[in-house]
Design a protein around this ligand. Structure first.
Ligand code: ATP
Ligand code: MG
Length: 221
């Protein structure tokens, strides 16, 4: 299988504030991972580092063959094509319909608009949002926007999905829809990283936990 994430003595800081200090961990291709920790512990910071938004302040971080300490801007774009990202604040494009938002990763991959839209309709139905396809993000509730963001993050069969609090704020039914989508993606071999302060109850899949505490990331068995 091989490692998709390898961190060695990884530190991450904002100016002088050290958020993560000298932590080592790895994730295997195809793993299902929960990244846990209390509010403010650094989950979003770690997720941002994994997609190249924040540069490690020291140590090594590899995503596949990409060395995130030394990566160029153009390589970051290349890396992100292989990722599906669910941002904590969703980042849907306000001027675009929900349908068009969901097609975005396919358009970036050069897939024709009609084909992309057909697939987007399928993915919207998986998150129970078919009826909102023609609406704009501001016309949706927070949970609906979150589900649209999840459809967008999974539609292009990424190598790895990074999801920041993807079910916080969802009711039990929507949360289970979303977790099911991640589970199905994982069964296809997609590595899943979910940042969440806790692990959902009744979650019946083998997973690995990376836990952040006092600035250190620990692998829990
Ligand atoms: N741009 C920034 N500049 C300086 N400090 C920041 C910045 N963003 C976050 N921080 C700080 O880094 C720490 C970790 O924040 P982060 O957002 O990663 O936490 P989190 O675990 O995702 O929290 P939550 O569960 O509330 O989303 C916090 O103390 C926060 O104040
Ligand atoms: Mg966060």
């Amino acid at each position: 299988m091989g490692k998709i994430i390898l961190a060695k003595n990884l530190s991450i800081s904002y100016d002088r504030a050290k958020i993560i200090s000298s932590s080592s961990f790895s994730v295997e291709n195809g793993d299902f991972v929960f990244l846990t920790g209390v509010s403010g512990s650094g989950k979003t910071t770690v997720i941002k580092t994994l997609y190249g938004e924040i540069k490690p302040s020291s140590g090594d971080l590899y995503i596949g063959e990409f060395n995130l300490s030394k990566i160029s801007k153009s390589k970051i774009s290349l890396l992100r094509r292989h990722l599906g990202i669910v941002f904590q604040d969703f980042k849907l494009i306000p001027e675009w319909s929900i349908l068009k938002n969901v097609t975005l990763p396919l358009l970036i991959a050069g897939i024709e608009k009609n084909i992309a839209e057909d697939l987007a309709i399928q993915y919207l139905s998986k998150v129970n949002l078919s009826h909102k396809a023609d609406k704009f993000p501001e016309e949706l509730s927070g949970g609906e926007q979150q589900r649209a963001a999840i459809a967008r993050a999974t539609i292009h069969n990424p190598v790895m999905i990074l999801a920041d609090e993807p079910i916080s704020g969802l009711d039990e039914y929507s949360a289970s829809l979303v977790m099911d989508l991640f589970k199905k993606a994982n069964e296809k071999g997609i590595t899943i990283i979910i940042a969440s302060h806790s692990i959902p109850k009744h979650f019946n899949i083998n997973f690995k936990q990376l836990h952040i505490e006092k600035g250190k990331i620990y692998e829990l068995a």
